[in-house]
Design a protein around this ligand. Structure first.
Ligand code: FAD
Length: 565
């Protein structure tokens, strides 16, 4: 759906001691290469998670002045954008994973990996508690151990959000891990095989052949499209007697699917699904899932409807993991739903802990509070207004200090902001009313509250943090900065700046929709080729690239494999 390329970002980096205040100083990273490396004492950096954020951090970490330890229940990185393709065998699970030890061994410094899950973080003692995960083997029970850290990088992702809907955990499939995709693939074939048995009643056959997808976001939509392709391209030929029983229903509680996409894409996707015979039901909220029925509440009529199903996929967004909730309580974030960091990805309320990816969010409310303080300071006479020049200075300062705000001011074309400037320029007093501008910023606030939970954000955050760590030692050694910045105060790292490179929505039948920067929309067969090209380039290694491309070729020559293994 989304992708990233930020090779250029690393060229321009702002540097300093993370803890220092003061001015921002921009520098070319190469300016530091002549400085001597470290003082011999290595900081112990523990990374929790081998997903997009953790692996991006690891891949971009170049400084050998850290002792890096990775803890994750998965000893591989999974390329999640291709997970829906694993559910029907378009690509194989192993083609989209890269063993973490393959990535670690390429590092010029030692990286240790422990296959375990962290079940408790103790920020006071700088310690984490881990247990080995039972991977279904016979090697014994769950081993427990603790690890100390100097720096902890929390990149544990999130879990599927069930909204506490009864029966979801027990009866629905999720699509977050490779195992989930493989289980779904088996489940589809199970349904087809069972529906083919002669002893099955007509009614039961209809139920078994009804596939329901809950959630009209990108994952739900892509999965429905993949299932439709599998059923029509391959299974219809193998199970001709039951092919007409197939029904695919997409349930969405909101009033349209793909609500984070442009309305043209939503319309195109809905119309395509209708043509394909996928039943898109909007305004339908699932309230219960039992082993054979889904109960929905129709938002318009208030009616409760019971839908018989054979297989259900639950894809309604993400929620915070229990271990993170526990950590949040310890550091005074118990009243929040997501772990909050500042814009340098440092967890608020504790020392030496960074959080990135789906498990955290940058606390924009704090940003707004800071901005309010900046305004109050600038308004020395307490008049509630600023003259045009001071106002522009404040806006420049905010833009530099808070790049996310600047992005929204430019991209979303805040009308209030533009109108304010124009009216001030046109009026004699050239005074800007601070309150009106703050209200405009609240508009920004509501739009930028959370960065999207995407691989694109997670990977950029991992790269950003690694770049900061690569320069940390020099910055701590030379807090006054490189020669040409000396005398202007302590310098600091630039806050994390997210660059959006667009997002895809594959719609099946070799058609994809893409929303590219600048609100460019591209839909259809040619966009599918763009999708192939982008995702091939984003795969984490040449090995996985070759495997995925050969899977695509295999599928186009022989079709998808329907064995239930
Ligand atoms: P993850 O990638 O989920 O990684 C979390 C890591 O933490 C895992 O290694 C996990 O094993 C580990 N972990 C979990 N619990 C513990 C614990 N207790 N202790 C230690 N480690 C732990 N985004 C896009 O930008 N484009 C797309 O096309 C796209 N498609 C997607 C398709 C699907 C089907 C899904 C599910 C997601 C998709 N996403 C996409 C979203 C993207 O995958 C996530 O935003 C991204 O994975 C977040 O990265 P992360 O590193 O925060 O978490």
């Amino acid at each position: 759906r989304a992708f990233n390329d930020h090779s250029t970002v690393s060229k321009l980096l702002v540097i300093s001691s993370v803890s220092g205040g003061g001015l921002l100083a921009f520098s070319d990273a190469n300016a530091f290469q002549s400085y001597a490396e470290g003082d011999g004492k290595k900081k112990k950096v523990v990374v929790l998670g081998t997903g997009w954020a953790g692996v991006s951090f690891l891949k971009n970490l170049k400084s050998s002045s850290y002792d890096v330890q990775i803890v994750s229940p998965r000893n591989y990185f999974a390329f999640t954008p291709l997970l829906p393709s694993v559910t029907n065998g378009t690509v194989e699970g192993r083609s989209i994973v890269e063993p973490i030890r393959n990535i670690a061994k390429k590092k010029p410094f030692g990286v240790e990996f422990k296959e375990a899950e962290c079940y408790k973080i103790d920020p006071a003692q700088k310690k984490i508690y881990c247990r080995s995960t039972d991977q279904g083997n016979t090697l014994g029970g769950n081993e427990e151990f603790t690890m100390d850290y100097d720096v902890l990088i929390v990149a544990m992702g999130a879990k599927s959000n069930t909204f506490n809907t009864p029966g979801v955990e027990e009866h629905a499939h999720f699509l977050k891990e490779i195992e989930d995709a493989q289980n779904i693939r088996r489940s589809i074939i199970d349904c087809y095989e069972r529906a083919s048995l002669p002893s099955i009643s007509e009614e039961e056959r209809k139920r078994i052949m009804h596939f329901v997808v809950v959630g009209g976001g990108p994952t739900g939509v892509e999965y429905a499209a993949e299932l439709h392709d599998f059923a029509h391209d391959d299974l219809a030929k193998l199970y001709p007697s039951i092919k007409d029983y197939l029904r695919i229903t997409l349930l969405e509680a909101g009033d349209h699917i793909l609500n984070m996409f442009d309305s043209r894409i939503t319309k195109f996707a809905t119309e395509k699904f209708v043509r394909d015979g996928i039943d898109v039901k909007t305004g339908s909220m699932v309230v219960k899932v039992s082993d054979k029925h889904i109960s929905t509440k129709e938002i318009k009529t208030g009616q409760t409807v019971s839908i018989p199903y054979g297989m259900v996929l639950w894809s309604t967004g993400i929620a915070t993991r229990p271990v993170i909730m526990d950590f949040m309580k310890q550091i005074g974030q118990g009243n929040r739903r997501v772990l909050a960091t500042d814009e340098w990805l440092r967890v608020e309320g504790c020392d030496g802990v960074y959080a990135l990816g789906d498990c955290a969010t940058i606390n924009q409310r704090k940003v707004m509070e800071d901005i309010a303080v900046i305004f109050s300071k600038a308004d020395k006479n307490n008049s509630g207004t600023l003259d045009l020049k001071d106002f522009k200075d404040v806006v420049d300062h905010i833009s530099e200090r808070y790049p996310q705000v600047q992005i929204y001011m430019e991209k979303k074309k805040l009308k209030t902001f533009d109108a304010l400037l124009k009216s001030a320029q046109g009026n004699d007093s050239k005074q800007i009313d601070i309150e009106t501008f703050k209200n405009a910023l609240h508009e920004v606030d509501s739009q930028m509250k959370n960065l999207p939970a995407t691989a694109q954000v997670a990977a950029q955050q991992g790269e950003y943090l690694a770049n900061c760590f690569n320069r940390m030692e020099q910055c701590e050694k030379y807090p006054e900065g490189p020669m040409r910045f000396r005398g202007i105060g302590r310098h600091r790292f630039h806050p994390f700046r997210y660059k959006h490179f667009g997002q895809f929505a594959p719609l099946g039948g070799e058609q994809t929709a893409a929303q590219l920067p600048g609100d460019w929309i591209s839909v259809g067969y040619s966009t599918q080729w763009l999708w192939y090209a982008v995702y091939t380039s984003k795969l984490v290694s040449w090995r996985t690239r070759v495997l995925v491309v050969s899977d695509w070729l295999r599928r186009s020559i022989f079709g998808r494999d329907s064995s239930r293994i």
